[in-house]
Ligand binder design. Structure first.
Ligand SMILES: [Cu+2]
Length: 142
């Protein structure tokens, strides 16, 4: 009977190495680069959402800055804003936060991504009786 222990160990190592490589490849494929600033047009309003840092870090606060302007480009003051971070392909939970106006038409909040990977921030701004919703896809890393 030949001793097959080393052969088995080698086989197991090869499977682990290949599995890790394949896992990283899949992760890279599902983690596209997202721009740190995105512009939206909703109901005649111009909404810009900026994320800092980009990519964000899982379980650390990231700063979301929402600039709200009307169709003519004038900053819109006095709106209220909330946002929720989630991962659309997962059921790992939601991370809500509020946006506070720090200067005219500029609303800032800190959101905490729950996990590394592709996330979205659903931003909801209420200006007068208008409810404006935009979705910012972003990446979080470890
Ligand atoms: Cu998740």
């Amino acid at each position: 009977m030949p001793n097959t222990t080393w052969l088995r160990l080698f086989g197991l190592s090869a499977i682990i190495v290949l599995g890790t490589w394949f896992g990283f490849r899949q992760f890279a494929a599902t983690s596209p680069q997202f721009p740190p600033v995105s512009d939206f047009m909703v109901e005649g309003y111009r909404i810009q959402v900026a994320l800092h840092p980009s990519p964000a870090t899982a379980l650390k606060p990231a700063t979301f800055t929402v600039t709200l302007r009307d169709a003519a480009g004038r900053p819109v003051s006095g709106a209220t804003g909330t946002a929720t971070i989630s991962m659309p392909q997962m059921l790992c939970g939601e991370s809500p936060f509020t946006l506070t106006e720090t200067e005219t038409g500029r609303y800032v909040g800190e959101g905490i991504p729950l996990m590394a990977g592709s996330s979205v921030a659903d931003v909801s701004m209420t200006a007068g009786d208008q409810s404006l919703r935009v979705r910012l896809p972003f990446a979080a890393v470890r």
